[in-house]
Ligand binder design. Structure first.
Ligand SMILES: Nc1ncnc2c1ncn2[C@@H]1O[C@H](COP(=O)(O)OP(=O)(O)OP(=O)(O)O)[C@@H](O)[C@H]1O
Ligand SMILES: [Mg+2]
Length: 282
């Protein structure tokens, strides 16, 4: 049976912490040469649009994001906003790096089809980047984690995506419309507050002791989805990614219902965006 050792979470942690230091800052990890070719990833998410920049050896260079409501459940619902946000992110990155970004890759939730991939490619091209590939989000996450056999559960703003990999092959995929937004709704209902206020409360790490018991049933539902859908065919290790899992208590609660250990890294919301950029030089 595969164990924790088959994915190097410490290495991933180190890179994610490095990325978190430069994202949305006015500096890059290092100086860029004038003619240097960089790789670029674009993650059009339900909660934010993220741009990641790597060098040709997949070293982290820079990143930027904006919170946005231009995408719902992985599908672009506001084309113009998506393009404008991406243009802003690109220009900001170019100012910091001192070079022009020319190509990029994008991603879609698995099973959303050719149409969705075309829209993502069009957004990228409208922001004056040549779109090299549009890949599956969980496959991008697995690439960043260097996970060949195992299960990736991506819990973003709008969806929980589950992908099972066996020796580098995607063997099972499932997408369910439960994400961090549902945690926010439960918290808003429980506290009788607006969802924007609930969102701020949810993200405040100091408030976790008060927040987590309220959203625990949503976490347990997510684990039940994984257990019931992939059940006996689940491949270990199970690595959970995405912004919605940013609670100390998340993994213990999730693993308990799942019945097997699950693992996470620091800054799990940046795993998929970083993995997307790795396809830009393929
Ligand atoms: N510190 C935090 N604590 C709790 N939840 C958080 C935190 N930071 C982000 N989130 C939640 O994570 C979710 C966004 O995660 P992520 O950035 O992975 O989503 P996305 O890629 O935009 O969405 P999707 O993949 O569903 O299209 C939101 O629901 C947000 O509220
Ligand atoms: Mg996402």
């Amino acid at each position: 049976m595969a164990t924790k050792q088959s994915v190097d979470l410490k290495a991933a942690d180190k890179l994610l912490k490095q990325f978190a230091k430069v994202v949305n800052s006015d500096h890059a990890v290092r100086k860029i040469k004038k003619d240097e070719v960089l790789s670029c990833g674009v993650d059009l998410g339900t909660s934010s649009i993220v741009l990641t920049v790597l060098d040709k050896d997949d070293n982290i260079i820079y990143g930027a994001f904006e919170y946005a409501k231009a995408v719902r459940d992985g599908i672009v619902v506001n084309y113009v906003d998506s393009v404008n946000i991406l243009k802003r992110l690109k220009h900001k990155a170019e100012d910091v790096l001192g070079v022009e970004l020319t190509t990029a890759c994008g991603a879609i939730p698995p099973g959303t089809g050719e149409g969705a991939a075309k829209i993502v490619a069009n957004v990228i091209e409208s922001a004056e980047l040549e779109c090299k590939h549009v890949v599956d989000e969980p496959t991008a996450a697995a690439r960043f984690l260097n996970l060949k056999t195992g299960t990736v559960v991506d819990i973003g703003g709008g969806t929980t995506g589950i992908s099972v990999f066996n020796h580098g092959k995607l063997t099972q995929v499932l997408d369910e419309a439960t994400g961090g937004f549902h945690m926010t709704l439960v918290l808003a209902g429980n506290h009788k507050i607006k969802s924007d206020d609930a969102e701020l409360l949810k993200r405040d790490p100091q408030k976790e002791p008060e927040v987590f018991p309220v959203i625990r049933p949503v976490v347990e539902k997510m684990a039940t989805i994984v257990k019931d859908s992939v059940g006996p065919s689940v491949k270990q290790p199970v690595v959970v990614v995405g912004g919605a899992i940013n609670f100390k208590e998340f993994i213990p609660a999730f693993s308990k219902v799942l019945g097997i250990p699950a693992y996470k890294t620091a800054f799990p919301q940046f795993i998929t965006p970083l993995g997307i950029a790795m396809y830009d030089h393929d």
